[in-house]
Write a protein that binds this ligand. Structure first.
Ligand code: PEP
Length: 256
């Protein structure tokens, strides 16, 4: 069974109305092959406008975060149904920046995942090891425990509706990309870890790579059998680079 390919852009705390218009124009005119979904996750201030101005049915939108709470007196928070209400279909959960700067641990991330799924949002759940772990050769155990700790709380079934992004922390925003071998090896390991819980879910789970993906390395990364797309930070803010990454995904889809 062929898995869907996902090209997701995480704008982080970047973006203005001018950038929104630029990227909307680019995406409205971009050909996207069947079996590929492009997901744009701008800051929440730009999300509704981007969704309203989008004319390309192959583009979806997502939040970069959601509240662990529902509706109510939670000043400053945006909850799952609010994202769905404006037409978002995805939400990033567990990005290393949220784990590090906002101290989000598995217990909170699991609540967010369940809230997202309940509201009909697909989580893009991020995991990844710090550089010191990779240097010690302990990345497989580290990633396995990140997966096991979240499944222990969410259960396995919600993963049939989710996407996983492997983002080695040392590769995020650093210009250092993991090699093709490192990426394929880890993605296969992630799939094996899920298959201890469910072979079906493991086989269908889209696993994205994230970490300095750009127009020069995307095509090669997409050739790996267990790479089902990318989560892209910096390059998703640059029209020409994002377009080139989408073209690389189109080329990979056409080669199969
Ligand atoms: C990210 O923040 O998810 C990311 C992968 O960033 P970058 O592409 O800039 O490394």
């Amino acid at each position: 069974m062929k898995r869907e390919m996902i090209i997701a852009g995480n704008w982080k705390s970047n973006g203005t109305l001018a950038l929104r218009a630029e990227i909307n124009n680019l995406l409205n005119d971009t050909n996207i092959e069947q079996g590929i979904t492009v997901v744009v996750c701008p800051p929440v201030t730009l999300l509704e406008g981007m969704i309203s101005d989008n004319k390309n049915p192959s583009i979806s939108f997502g939040g970069q975060n959601l509240a662990e709470y529902g509706q109510g007196a939670y000043t400053g928070e945006v909850h799952a149904q609010m994202l769905r209400d404006i037409g978002a279909n995805y939400v990033i959960i567990g990005h290393s920046e949220r784990r590090e700067y906002f101290s989000e641990k598995a217990e909170i991330l699991a609540i967010k995942m369940l809230k997202a799924i309940d509201a009909g949002l697909k989580p893009i759940f991020c995991i990844g090891e710090p550089e010191s772990i990779r240097e010690n050769g302990e990345q497989n155990q580290y990633i396995e425990s990140q997966i096991e700790e979240i499944i222990a709380i969410t259960g396995i079934d919600v993963w049939a509706e989710s996407i996983l992004a492997y983002e080695p922390i040392w590769a995020i925003g650093t210009g250092k990309t993991a090699s093709l071998d490192q990426v394929q090896e880890m993605h296969a390991h992630i799939r094996d870890t899920f298959s201890k819980h469910s072979d079906t879910i493991a086989a269908l789970l889209p696993i994205l790579y994230g970490g300095s993906v750009n127009q020069n390395n995307a095509a090669q990364l997409f050739t790996a059998v267990d790479v089902d797309g990318a989560l892209i930070g910096g390059a998703s803010l640059k029209q020409d680079q994002f377009a080139a990454i989408i073209s690389a995904a189109n080329a990979e889809a056409n080669s199969n």
